[in-house]
Design a protein around this ligand. Structure first.
Ligand SMILES: *Cc1c(COP(=O)(O)O)cnc(C)c1O
Length: 395
């Protein structure tokens, strides 16, 4: 067994690292980009707020990049999820099937609509929702009444399935879609971490977030590209796209001066100034993705000979954006070793992070329904995210 000190030394020698650097997990990057010029345009023209040319430009670029017909920019990824769930019919007292190994926002967005998360186990290779566990859980708890799915134990309606592409690793979304189709359940993909991640099929390849009814992205500061704060909905469904735009713009009916709102909407639009930053970031996306792939390969090689450590690779027939490069501790009792690695890394200002605490263990979600979560429990003891910023690649 290697010592945690050896592991930290290998990390330091794999990334661009000088003496007393603080190294975070994922940092934004603006050097040499058009960010200043585009933001200056907003300041010079006064178009800083919720409409303007940069918003539509940004949306067009996201659609082109992902191949998803419509993209609607909003103020963050949590709001994108909440809006997506609302659009497919999630309402108060419903249940939404989600994995427990994800950022808390996935469950919070469900709760913001008065619904509850219902946790489904994950796969060890994709770290995303397991189609087998989903099918098993639906067979255990679900019954159909008037074409709707209900949880026969809680008597709540189950109104959506919400898998997550964790750390940029594509989940088994096509198998999940088949199960959703069988039960006629809407499918929302939380692709907050997966801009640039792709699923390859026999015929073509499809971007994460474009398989389900709606996908969502986040452009928070730590994500693969950033707008400061921001998010987007992706969909091929015209009706969802126009409703998303309408509901995120206070449900205002278009008119040169009249204030007519035809339902209760939200103020969720992405400001122009943030979209301007986003355009400058999309321009460097491909370049960043290439750098992150190389960085992943370097980590993979550096740890290849370690018996008790593994660098997670993209699942078969997928391409990960490697948003967070992830180390898995193998063997029987990973907890102590993991704590030691985290401790030593923080002492040397390499701020490694464990994967999130499982959401069903947080105080507000302790009482939520769950299927058997043994794989999620097993994985969450072992995962550590490595420094993954593209600028850490040694040129
Ligand atoms: C970041 C993230 C979100 C939320 O995005 P914000 O822009 O921070 O609101 C949702 N889900 C996952 C999996 C995320 O990583």
């Amino acid at each position: 067994m290697k010592s945690s000190k050896e592991i930290i030394d290998i990390i330091k020698s794999t990334i661009h690292y000088q003496g007393n650097d603080n190294v975070a997990i994922h940092e934004p990057f603006f050097v040499g980009t058009n960010a200043h010029e585009y933001i200056k345009d907003c300041l010079d023209t006064g178009w800083v707020s919720s409409s303007g040319k940069w918003v539509s430009k940004f949306e067009k670029l996201i659609s082109e990049y992902t191949g998803c017909k419509y993209s609607i920019a909003v103020s963050n990824g949590t709001v994108a999820l909440r809006l997506a769930l609302f659009l497919v019919g999630v309402r108060a007292n419903h249940e939404v099937l989600i994995p427990p190994l994800t950022f808390v926002a996935t469950a919070n967005a469900v709760s913001h609509l008065g619904a509850s998360p219902h946790f489904i186990d994950i796969d060890s290779d994709s770290l995303g929702m397991s189609p087998t566990a989903l099918e098993k859980r639906l067979n255990e708890v679900a019954i159909l009444k008037n074409g709707k799915v209900f949880n026969k134990f809680t008597e709540n309606q189950i109104s959506a399935v919400l898998p997550v592409h964790v750390f940029g690793l594509p989940a088994k979304i096509q198998e999940i879609k088949k199960i959703c189709d069988k039960w006629k359940l809407p499918l929302i993909e939380d692709a907050a971490e997966a801009l640039g991640s792709i699923i390859q099929t026999t015929k073509s390849s499809i971007h994460c977030g474009c398989v389900g009814d709606i996908g969502t992205l986040s452009f928070n500061g730590n994500k693969i590209i950033t707008t400061g704060g921001g998010g987007a909905l992706l969909t091929n469904n015209k009706k969802f796209a126009s409703l998303a735009k309408h509901l995120s713009t206070t449900a205002k009916v278009n008119h040169p001066w009249n204030f007519h709102h035809d339902q209760i909407g939200w103020n969720d639009r992405l400001p122009n100034i943030n979209a301007a930053l986003g355009v400058s970031q999309i321009e460097i996306l491909r370049q960043n993705l290439n750098k992150k792939r190389i960085l992943h390969k370097k980590f993979f090689k550096a740890f290849q000979s370690f018996e008790d450590i593994e660098i997670i690779e993209e699942p078969k027939n997928t391409k990960s954006n490697y948003w967070l490069i992830t180390m898995r501790i193998k063997g029987r009792n990973p907890e102590l070793f993991k704590e030691r690695i985290l401790n030593d890394s923080h002492n040397s200002n390499i701020f490694l992070r464990p994967s999130w605490k499982l959401l069903n263990e947080l105080p507000m979600y302790k009482k939520s329904s769950t299927g058997d979560l043994s794989e999620a429990k097993n994985q969450s003891k072992r995962l550590i995210n490595l420094p993954s910023s593209p600028q850490l690649l040694i040129n």
